[in-house]
Design a protein around this ligand. Structure first.
Ligand SMILES: Cc1cc2nc3c(=O)[nH]c(=O)nc-3n(C[C@H](O)[C@H](O)[C@H](O)COP(=O)(O)O)c2cc1C
Length: 187
């Protein structure tokens, strides 16, 4: 019997009309059979501060980590800020990397990025991959999804209107679910 794969998705953009959030929403509509996805909002997570941590990890962070712990796989859709990782995303990953409960360790992760630019956020993906080594996330190498010219790939309501992007996201999700199922078989 195959178990249902639960994916947690999040993005480093807080923008209301974020292309990356739109890509996550599109992904939620393109899931392979037997998988579900919940999108988690990173906005309420405070800036990481070791003093705050020492006083007691904020409940919102505890809840975030618990949510991650329930996931079988992770999907990140991130913007590229100055060739690198947006602070909101790095901050959430930093919190998740602390303490003895490490909910991301060993989890399969798929990454995609959307940018109005010509590279679709390619550079942030490689910075993010480096961070994932430390977090022991099992990042999919293929396919890579760079949503270039993102302003032309979604309509004004954030609905995905581009077939190539739709197919790319679908392939990414299939690969993520397959990898997760393979991993679950061997564990
Ligand atoms: C601080 C900042 C830095 C940015 N740097 C880059 C960059 O290095 N490469 C890029 O392709 N786009 C860059 N952009 C443009 C973003 O790709 C664009 O704002 C995009 O829409 C952000 O993603 P979102 O729509 O999910 O919010 C930058 C935007 C901001 C606000």
């Amino acid at each position: 019997m195959t178990t249902k794969i639960k994916i947690i998705g999040f993005t480093g953009s807080l923008r209301v009309k974020s292309y990356n959030m739109a890509a996550l929403r599109a992904a939620a509509e393109l899931l392979p059979n037997g998988s579900t996805m919940e999108i988690v909002d990173l906005a309420p997570i405070p800036f990481f501060n070791e003093d705050v941590e020492a006083e007691g990890v904020p409940q919102v962070v505890v809840d975030f980590k618990e949510k991650l712990a329930t996931a079988n796989a992770i999907l990140i859709a991130t913007p590229e800020y100055n060739y690198s990782i947006p602070p909101v995303l790095k901050n959430a990953l930093d919190w998740a990397s602390r303490g003895t409960n490490l909910p991301l360790s060993g989890k399969p992760l798929a990454i995609m990025s959307a940018s109005p630019g010509m590279l679709g956020g390619a550079r942030v993906q490689y910075h993010l991959r480096q961070v994932c080594v430390r977090l022991d996330l099992q990042v999919l190498n293929n396919p890579e999804v760079f949503i270039t010219g993102a302003n032309t790939k979604f309509d004004r309501d954030g609905t995905l209107i581009d077939d190539f992007t739709r197919i790319s996201i679908t392939k990414l999700l299939i690969a993520l679910v397959n990898k997760t199922q393979e991993q679950n078989k061997t564990n």
